[in-house]
Design a protein around this ligand. Structure first.
Ligand code: PRX
Length: 648
């Protein structure tokens, strides 16, 4: 019995556009050569990347020390992340180039050049020192998406204080637990931020959290919304008041390559969130090299990754990768649909965005809203599109390609995780032909495979467990304070030390990877183990559907029956006729085995704030159970109530 079956057949192939390929920073020739080098010797490949993409204060003695499952990369070397993201650009002609172009939700905007960003970062690093933050001390951030969030992150790296960014949508309780787990002594926040047309407050949640954090000595507050904000004397300080008192001279600390860079919490399916630890030199090498190779950034680009800095995508591909490459980065504070459903497209037109990196959940939302909104805007500046965070259904990929990319932009579907630090499986836009729904091939130097339960590689087209067999420089170095959990969660699935990401996948006969979704979500239907991605993709390929989530519920006959939660496109009549049509549609596209037993229509699916569908909650609803487990990351609680009503 295979561990997971693969049913979907996708045949479309898109070659890299000729013009793009001609000018690409990584040509096909280079990609092929580096891939070979990476297969022969990942260490030599990564050493080459480290020399090319990172400036070091002191060279390494050894590229890799691997005592499974613990890796040390670039042993003995010294560098500094903020030096690489800022100082070296001041010496290479980029001093007056825009580093950050920021737009707030109300429409206010700011531009910071590399020279200005460097100055702000140096000053804030001195502020942190003034508050008693020393090398190794942890600093927590709980902020809206304003330039100060990036400044604070870089300032932490400048003095070697690991940051822990907690997404501003988390509750006071989640913030408290994360602050305490990391042992942070300073918290950086703002009075509030703007979202969906109004100002929300952040500081009250910090006050509530910090009341339960005995280790916190100071709170720094950015004035963003100017709403009334209580300040506790002695503990709380306004950002602007502190910045007015410090010098702009702060040399970067010379840090060991393995010095802790940041902790980022990611929620597991159960229990306590895990504090994923990343370190300095290897992480920077991984994100700097992948950013150049995959996003092809040059000095004429305006690059927009829509993630918040509270997620790993924000760390690696809003802040560190792009700034290490001297790129111009667009930041937007608010929601995509304020003041109207075309805000994103108007931003792309206004700033001439050339590279857009976003998530399938956003793409599916725009599909539902209708093509007329992007079609109203001039999107011709775009030359490359990216996707991350979930499997992208082939039909959503095609829509992205056609409506946003004008059929001329390559799409890079990038597979990776908080734990991997940087992108692992991805096309290179000028070198690798793409197939809708496939993340294509491993990045050079990454030894990814699809294995069965015994650790043997499965045959082409057979489903199995995604695995990474060799260490890579951006890999997590552990779970903060919990070595055992690190070893058990990621390294104990097979006898040989092999990284287990928790996803199902298969490879086609060209070796392309197709991610089938989280292994925890696999459904066992009459003894067939079916992933969620393919059934959802079949449903989404129906022209009246914008988004779908499928889960299993217990069934006396088949063991598990498939329940589909479906969001129709706007203007669609959702009724019994559509239910029958969709069942037939799935049967036709992947077979009767995957035909949903129940189909329920809903305006919205329960999602995490980072846009992932929470199938765990849908499973409870499908089975008629009360929702159990952690719902603190749910974006919109009313969705759950509405889904329950749809049962009656
Ligand atoms: O299941 C995979 C899915 O997102 C998981 C990692 O989530 P997180 O740590 O929040 O990081 C998201 C941003 C990197 C993976 O285990 N995932 C991410 N990218 C893709 C994906 N699934 C399919 N295709 C992708 N491109």
């Amino acid at each position: 019995m295979p561990d997971i079956e693969s049913l979907l057949k996708e045949k479309r192939v898109f070659e890299p556009p000729k013009e793009f390929a001609k000018r690409a920073k990584w040509s096909k020739r280079e990609f092929t050569a580096l891939r070979k080098l990476g297969e022969k010797s990942p260490e030599r490949f990564w050493a080459q990347m480290a020399k090319r993409h990172v400036s070091w204060f002191k060279p390494w003695r050894k590229v890799l020390e691997w005592k499974a499952p613990y890796a040390k990369w670039f042993v003995g070397a010294q560098t500094n992340v903020s030096y690489n993201c800022l100082d070296r650009h001041l010496e290479n002609g980029r001093r007056n180039k825009a580093a950050l172009i920021w737009e707030g939700e109300p429409g206010d905007s700011r531009v910071l050049t590399y020279g200005q960003l460097h100055r702000e970062v140096c000053k804030f690093a001195n502020v942190l020192k003034g508050l008693g933050v020393a090398k190794g001390d942890r600093v927590a951030l709980y902020m809206p998406l304003v330039p100060e969030a990036v400044i604070a992150m870089l300032a932490c790296t400048r003095i070697g204080a690991p940051h822990s960014v907690v997404f501003g949508g988390f509750s006071a309780e989640s913030l408290r637990d994360r602050i305490n787990d990391a042992g942070a002594k300073v918290v950086i926040t703002a009075d509030g931020g703007h979202r969906r047309g109004s100002a929300f407050a952040l500081k009250p949640a910090v006050d509530e959290a910090v009341a339960g954090c005995p280790g916190v000595e100071s709170v720094v507050v950015v004035q963003r919304t100017r709403q009334d904000t209580a300040m506790k004397p002695g503990r709380d300080h306004w950002w602007h008041a502190l910045m007015a008192t410090v010098s702009a001279d702060c040399p970067p600390a010379k840090l060991d390559a393995e010095h802790p860079l940041f902790i980022l919490y990611t929620s597991g399916t159960t229990g306590q969130p895990k504090g994923i630890l990343h370190t300095t030199g290897g992480y920077l090498t991984h994100v700097a090299a992948t950013t150049q190779a995959i996003f092809d950034l040059g000095d004429d680009d305006v690059y927009w990754c829509t993630a918040d800095v509270g997620w790993i995508t924000g760390h690696s591909y809003v802040v560190y990768g792009p700034l290490a490459n001297g790129a111009t980065v667009l930041l937007y504070e608010g929601v995509p649909t304020h003041p109207g459903p075309d805000r994103w497209w108007s931003l792309i037109e206004k700033y001439g965005v050339t590279v857009l990196y976003t998530a399938p959940t956003a793409i599916r939302t725009f599909i539902r809203l209708g093509d007329e909104h992007p079609n109203r805007h001039d999107l011709s500046s775009l030359r490359l599109l990216g996707s991350v965070g979930e499997p992208i259904n082939p039909e959503a990929w095609m829509w992205y390609h056609r409506v946003i990319g004008g059929k001329r932009c390559p799409i890079v579907d990038t597979w990776w995780q908080t734990e991997t630090g940087g992108i692992m499986i991805t096309p290179l836009p000028g070198a690798v032909p793409t197939k809708p729904g496939s993340a294509t091939l491993p990045f050079p130097g990454i030894d990814a495979a699809v294995l069965d339960a015994d650790g043997k590689e499965v045959k082409p087209r057979a489903g199995g467990f995604l695995a990474v067999r060799k260490p890579w420089p951006g890999m997590l170095r552990g779970i903060w304070g919990d070595a055992k959990r690190y070893e058990q969660t990621y390294w104990s699935k097979w006898k040989k030390p092999t990284y287990f990401p928790g996803d199902g996948a298969h490879r086609d006969d060209k070796g392309y990877f197709w991610i089938l979704g989280r292994i925890d979500d696999v459904m066992n239907i009459s003894g067939h183990r079916i992933g969620t991605m393919e059934v959802e993709s079949a449903i989404v390929s129906h022209e009246q559907v914008a988004e779908a989530a499928v889960v299993g519920r217990p069934d006396e006959i088949t063991g598990t029956a498939i329940v589909a939660f479906v969001t129709p496109r706007s203007g669609t009549a959702a009724g019994a006729a559509l239910v029958e049509e969709l069942r037939g549609h799935v049967a036709k596209h992947i077979g009767a085995i995957a035909k949903p037993a129940d189909i329920r229509f809903t305006d919205a699916l329960p999602k995490t704030r980072s846009g992932k569908i929470m199938r765990r909650l849908l499973r409870d609803i499908a089975a008629g159970k009360e929702t159990v487990g952690d719902t603190t990351t749910l974006e919109d609680y009313s969705v759950l109530a509405k889904l329950r009503e749809s049962e009656e």
